[in-house]
Ligand binder design. Sequence first.
Ligand code: BJW
Ligand code: ZN
Length: 243
Amino acid sequence: MIDISDGLIKRLKEAQRIAALTGAGVSAESGVPTFRGEEGLWKKFSPEELANFDAFMKNPELVWEWYNWRKTLMKDVKPNPGHYALTQLEEIVPDMTLITQNVDGLHRQSGSKNILELHGNIFRSYCLDCKKEYEQPEFKDGLPRCVCGGLVRPDVVWFGESLDSNIVDNSLKESMKSQVFFSIGTSGHVQPAASLPIIAKRSGSYVVEINTEPTPLTGHMDEFIMGKSGEVLPRIVELLKKD
Ligand code: BJW
Ligand code: ZN
């Protein structure tokens, strides 16, 4: 039985505004591989080696091979009970913002509405030259090409690239305004996402981490719930709906 504190349920029942930051761990139970740890490696490359602009310009075929492999995988997976529980939470709490680092679109697929996608979306791409957007770019000689002839890239945020400033501003605002903040299934290694739980805490939010293992964020949390998000989150929703 997963142990959820009465204190957390009471806070959630009274909360007007909550926020949740999600990472790859939330989609792991849907069958999407996480980034770090053994299963994060793809053909022996770390995400740091592939998810950056220099790697793309040096070897776009390799980087596109990785993205096409992930796109094919993500197209066929379904949201898991963790995604659905977050969607239900949005229906229960008056104001909830879901801040995700995931690019798989599974939160939207499960029915969540108020979503901020910090790192873009893998199902979009755009031309490096004219910025035209594509859902399904046409591949010519192994690479996707725009009608203008330019090279098309995935519409995701790589290391060293700036995140959309509106999305970052809104994420900061909602984290600071939240009364309860969840950090779920993220290793807390990648900035600026990893700062949001800390900023929420400093702003007076009650900060709760859900992960299968402790992370660098754990020591800063008000509560750490060790377990799978697909099991912990439905239990929280079940307790919230009681009486
Ligand atoms: C479960 C589970 C289950 C498993 N239930 N849990 C300040 C200090 C130091 C460095 C920097 C800094 N500011 C910026 C930087 C540089 C850099 C950075 O953070 N580097 C660090 C690695 C050191 N950040 C950036 O470059 C960012 N840009 C930026 O800040 O711009 C301004 C700037 C520009 C230039 C110079 C300086 C500043 C951009 C970061 C972009 C990250 N992009 C990626 C790829 C996205 C596209 C794609 O998907 O391909 O985003 S990398 C990858 O990591 C991806 C993820 O969203 C992100 C985070 O990973 P996540 O979600 O945490 O996954 P994992 O695998 O790490 O962890 C999974 C967790 O789940 C684990 O803890 C498991 O235990 C757990 N788990 N199963 C619950 N069932
Ligand atoms: Zn173009």
